[in-house]
Design a protein around this ligand. Structure first.
Ligand SMILES: Nc1ncnc2c1ncn2[C@@H]1O[C@H](COP(=O)(O)OP(=O)(O)O)[C@@H](O)[C@H]1O
Ligand SMILES: C=C(OP(=O)(O)O)C(=O)O
Length: 460
């Protein structure tokens, strides 16, 4: 989009806001480390958008608000009003745009509140590396209560960052956007944005209980007589959400930062082909390879038009939000992992025992039960994989180290070659996925070292 089109859309948004009797303004911070935080002003026509950003940004104290001054970044949210399709460069009535020169964001034609938080994330993906030399990441983060060890969970939407980081055994630093800085890790946000589809108190008690007065439920159907939400109702969309201040999670760590460097990185992928093992331990080269490849499946939910899991390669697990070449972030990641001796695991929260398919087909797999993924994450945190009890086997084509046993998880689930009913069908899918990785990675062949290139799938 050229600057002129931005100016037209900006003017349209401001004109629309000026027609409203009530306009809501919220000032807050992005970034818990005062050295790197930015001041954000949100100007919108819907109270729900203002409350959403009140929950999602870091709320200033009364004193901080008094001295807030001019914002570093402004969001004009006129989402109820469409963009003009006849404006040169516009292809639809929806427009979400950021102008880095003006440090402004303009929203027209969509009321999905998530656009605002992800807009700020895109700005941080520029400012952090370029202005401050720090690494922004699409990740959740938590910290051990006793050891203070920090884990980062990378992953595209729907892979389990929010679900797995809300762990009563650990302190929550944040569920979606972090910066790995020279002095530790800090959360960019002051709240969480959880998926509500099929939410239950039994499976996800922390998130279920965070939904209370002050939270914003978005697209969730509820009974107007008693205001009871129905989390199984997807009649509006599968992308039902709740935004709540992070302190609604009892184990949240306030301020949301750690001065410790990460001990573990968990790369979350949701593999609809059911090929990747529920857990494998990565070498530093494999960590770089998988970070750049960013393989996962988009699941029905966040993105419009996704009706079944669609395999995708979203570089840095963050393609829609990064603004620099992926190799910039990957290089910083490799340097930090080497300097701080950070271990890395690849966890498949997607399908096991077969690929995605109708339940009526006995050859179909199913999504890895959450209780097993949680047991696997617990094993990472207990140090099990570095203990003499851990035994690994090689997972061909992908050349991954897969444990033979993990406490609390059935052994047969751990190696897809054994978990599938039909070993030949598994081999066909593994070949297909390996080939897809090779094809997707061609884009990056010229910017990575030979070691990283060799860390991907191979048919030799
Ligand atoms: N094994 C699993 N691990 C993590 N999440 C799972 C698993 N199985 C099902 N889910 C569901 O998948 C969704 C993951 O979404 P979420 O944690 O919000 O992802 P993200 O924060 O990465 O966008 C949740 O609705 C969760 O209940
Ligand atoms: C808010 C979003 O991210 P996530 O699904 O990771 O919460 C989004 O992409 O709309």
């Amino acid at each position: 989009m050229d600057e002129h089109t931005f100016e037209i859309n900006r003017e349209r948004a401001i004109d629309y806001l000026n027609t409203r009797e009530l306009v809501y303004v919220f000032d807050g911070y992005a970034g818990w480390d005062p050295k790197y935080r930015i001041k954000v002003r949100v100007i919108c026509a819907r109270a729900y958008h203002a409350l959403f950003m009140n929950n999602m940004l870091i709320r200033p104290t009364a004193e901080e608000l008094k001295n807030f001054g001019e914002p570093d970044f402004i969001i004009y949210n006129a989402g109820q009003f469409p963009a003009n399709r006849f404006t040169a460069g516009m292809t639809s009535t929806t427009s979400v745009e950021i102008n880095f020169k003006r440090m402004e964001m303009v929203i027209l034609g969509t009321e999905y509140a998530g656009e605002m938080k992800k807009g700020i994330f895109s700005v941080m993906h520029y400012l952090m590396p370029v202005k401050f030399g720090q690494l922004s990441l699409h990740s959740s983060c938590n910290e051990g209560r006793e050891k203070g060890d920090v884990t980062l969970f990378f992953g595209l939407s729907g892979t389990g960052k929010t679900t797995l980081s809300a762990d009563p055994k650990r302190m929550l630093i944040g569920d979606d956007e972090h910066v790995w800085s020279d002095s530790g890790v800090f959360n960019i946000e002051g709240g969480c944005y959880a998926k509500c589809i099929n939410l239950s108190a039994e499976k996800e008690p922390e998130i279920f209980n965070a939904i209370k007065f002050g939270s914003v439920l978005e697209n969730v159907v509820f009974d107007p007589r008693n205001r009871t939400p129905d989390y199984d109702d997807v009649s509006i969309t599968e992308n039902t959400r709740c935004a709540y201040p992070i302190e609604f999670i009892p184990s949240a760590k306030i301020p949301c930062l750690s001065t410790r460097q990460p001990s573990n990185i968990i790369m979350l992928t949701c593999d609809a082909y059911g090929v990747l093992p529920p857990i494998s331990k990565l070498t530093p080269e494999q960590a770089q390879y998988h970070f750049i490849a960013g393989y996962t499946s988009k699941t029905p939910g966040t993105e419009d038009g996704v009706l079944e899991p669609i395999p995708t390669f979203s570089t840095c697990y963050s393609a829609p939000f990064i603004v620099l070449h992926p190799s910039r972030y990957a290089k910083m990641l490799a340097e930090r992992m080497a300097k701080h001796n950070t271990s890395c695991y690849l966890i498949n929260t997607g399908w096991t025992g077969g690929k995605y398919g109708p339940e009526s087909n006995p050859a179909s797999g199913k999504r890895c039960p959450l209780k097993y993924t949680r047991a696997i994450v617990d094993a990472v945190h207990s140090g099990f994989f570095d203990s003499p009890d851990a035994q690994f086997e090689n997972f061909p084509i992908f050349n991954l180290s897969v444990p033979r046993h993990v406490p609390g998880v059935p052994d047969e689930l751990l190696n897809p070659a054994r978990a599938w009913r039909d070993p030949e069908a598994f081999e066909r899918e593994a070949d297909k996925l390996g080939g897809m990785f090779q094809k997707a990675f061609r884009l990056y062949e010229d910017v990575v070292s030979a070691d990283v290139l060799a860390a991907g799938p191979s048919f030799d």
